[in-house]
Design a protein around this ligand. Structure first.
Ligand SMILES: [Zn+2]
Length: 273
């Protein structure tokens, strides 16, 4: 009995050991298979993840570009339409436009020497500015200087024509850089006049400041309510290069303050941070 019992116990023990061994081996095998399988799987997953990341980045990039395009379009569409177009202190620039079709109702010629032929709308200014221009030219004459009025009022339609011709000939980008969009030219207000020295008739160049007339205007324009609208070194604020010939009527008080502080119309009204 004892022998038989010991034999059975041993057999059970051995079978148990073998089973454990077998199970352990199976487990090892499975692990090994898993390792083998997992590696390439992981590799594939990583590849997919990278591709997904790249796609996401591409999408983001495209979204950004679209946003920029929209911002650009918005900049054009969101030009502020000024609501004080009747005021002599209105500010028109590349961000602020006149209401569509704006036309001053008291345009007239000043009694000054003109470059343009009689009847040309370039000779016109709002009455208050035309009167002031007469005073300015008279003072200049007393100081022995000869000014000529070159270009004043320009209608919305004329500006539209100039702008559209430029787009058709040179493309949108060039046109936007070199000609004002209809509604954004200060000449449409009837408050701006380009002037020249009689000796250099109709030459609107920066060298005008080297003439006696140019120098005199810089010092005396404000006495009659005019400012040099696009001063030197203020291109970033006004959006325009130096134009010593472009006078803008704003009234004596504002003109004098702007002259004394050596600032621009934008800065005067806090329209530039
Ligand atoms: Zn001008």
């Amino acid at each position: 009995m004892k022998k038989a019992a010991i034999f059975i116990m041993l057999t059970v023990f051995l079978i148990g050991c073998q089973q454990e061994n077998y199970l352990a081996q199976q487990s090892d095998k499975r692990n090994a298979q898993q390792d083998y399988k997992e590696e390439p799987v992981t590799f594939v997953q990583e590849n997919e993840e990278e591709e997904e990341k790249e796609e996401e980045q591409e999408e983001k990039q495209q979204e950004k570009e679209q946003e920029n395009e929209q911002t650009n379009e918005n900049t054009d569409d969101s030009l502020t339409v000024i609501d004080d177009s009747e005021s002599v202190s209105l500010v028109v620039n590349k961000q602020r436009k006149l209401p569509d079709g704006f036309e001053p109702d008291d345009l007239e010629e000043a009694n000054v020497p003109y470059h343009a032929a009689e009847g040309d709308p370039k000779r016109l200014l709002q009455k208050v500015a035309a009167d002031a221009l007469e005073g300015l030219f008279a003072d200049a004459k007393e100081d022995g200087l000869e000014l000529v009025a070159v270009s004043g009022y320009r209608s919305y339609d004329r500006q539209k024509q100039i702008y559209e011709n430029n787009v058709a000939t040179n493309g949108q980008q060039h046109a936007d850089k070199f000609s004002a969009k209809p509604g954004t030219s200060e000449h449409q207000t009837g408050l701006a006049m380009d002037v020249a020295s009689a000796a250099l008739v109709a030459v609107l160049e920066q060298s005008f400041i080297e003439t006696n007339e140019g120098q005199w205007l810089e010092d005396h324009a404000h006495e009659h309510g005019f400012i040099i609208r696009y001063p030197e070194g203020k291109e970033e604020i006004t959006g325009y290069s130096y134009e010593p010939w472009h006078l803008r009527y704003v009234g004596k008080e504002i003109a004098t303050e702007i002259y004394q502080a050596q600032i621009t119309l934008e800065e005067y009204f806090g329209l530039y941070p």
